[in-house]
Ligand binder design. Structure first.
Ligand SMILES: [Zn+2]
Length: 335
């Protein structure tokens, strides 16, 4: 077979560009030990390093078939501008998800008040930057921050992304502080709606999944990062049974390959259900493309071109190409 095939480009709904630099460096320890290394790296970043490093990461994303990215950004306002420039330089579509960080983390992550945070969002929007709001997590945002950010997103029609239920400890802390699990708190503070994406949702229980479904919220799963960090298995049967919209993210960028993310997603589903073809191939490909565009509020994003003459597609019948891509190819099959 020769020639090429055009597909909708893959959409990376959750990326932290700077974490690409950690690959190979911090194996060992648990999630919280990894987080310490991540904080060390984040602490020293300059806008120039963000500009250069993110442009490199974004060029890798493009080479791997991602044509749009949601950058979940929590390392400062000047650095947000640098991330936007990096995306322009690399030629990838970007939605900047500016993180609200009220407490914990490093000084540079935090805004002085929620008013300050919303002022930063407005400033970026006034500069013409495509922005979504992103309370970092229920760990980093107090209740009143969540309420005001949820109301702002609703009023302005912006997407809202938030990390939730990635680690059991985060749930225990949320229960201790609020008597609620993270998704319950997000629902109560007006942060759940059809433009909301929960990132991870690994340890969401059944009532939390019901809440997501009732509010039309989606979940972004980051399979290679969740595997690398030992987060756990996403509750795929519950997500699929409720028809909760899914998307994928490269997150820590430990791996940059949308086909591998989708293969891992289906692999997890197969291991959990003892069945095959749990998520049919066309649906998997749609999770990787249109699902991400939905999460980022994008109506249009560029296509990607498959090299049908690539050695990993030799001997594959034309009708089998989509399944061969997901189950038998790496991202080097894209031109
Ligand atoms: Zn993340």
């Amino acid at each position: 077979m020769s020639g090429s095939l055009r597909l909708p480009g893959f959409v990376d709904a959750h990326s932290h560009g700077f974490q690409r630099a950690l690959r190979g460096r911090v194996e060992g320890g648990d999630f919280w030990a990894w987080r310490e290394s991540m904080l060390d790296l984040a602490g020293g970043l300059t806008p120039g390093q963000v500009r250069e490093g993110y442009a490199r990461t974004y060029r890798e994303l493009l080479a791997a078939g991602y044509t749009a990215v949601g950058e979940f950004h929590y390392v400062g306002l000047a650095e947000a501008g640098a991330a936007v420039e990096a995306a322009r330089e690399a030629g990838i579509e970007l939605l900047l998800l500016l993180a609200a960080y009220g407490r914990g983390g490093l000084d540079r992550f935090r805004q002085a008040s929620v008013g300050d945070y919303l002022g930063q969002v407005e400033a970026l929007r006034n500069e013409g930057v495509r922005v979504g709001v992103a309370p970092h997590s229920v760990r980093a945002c107090p209740r009143d921050w969540l309420e005001l950010i949820g109301a702002y997103a609703e009023r302005e029609g912006l997407v809202l992304h938030v990390h939730a239920d990635e680690q059991p400890r985060e749930i225990e802390e949320c229960l201790a502080e609020h008597g609620l699990r993270p998704v319950e708190l997000l629902a109560e503070t007006g942060c759940l709606g059809p433009r909301t994406t929960i990132v991870h949702g690994t340890h969401a229980d059944e009532p939390e999944l019901d809440l997501l479904a009732e509010h039309g919220a989606g979940v972004c799963i980051c399979p290679t990062t969740e595997a690398n960090l030992g987060d756990g298995f996403p509750p795929l049967e519950g997500l699929l049974a409720r028809g909760i919209p899914l998307s994928i993210g490269s997150d820590s960028n430990i791996r940059i390959d949308p086909l591998e993310e989708l293969r891992e997603l289906e692999g997890v589903a197969r291991r959990l259900t003892f069945r095959r073809n749990v998520i049919p191939v066309d649906e998997l490909l749609a999770i990787g493309s249109a699902g991400g565009a939905r999460a980022l509020g994008l109506e249009q994003w560029p296509d990607v071109e498959v090299d049908l003459g690539h050695r990993s597609l030799t001997g594959v019948e034309p009708g089998d190409v989509p399944a061969a891509l997901v189950h038998g190819c790496g991202a080097d099959v894209f031109r």
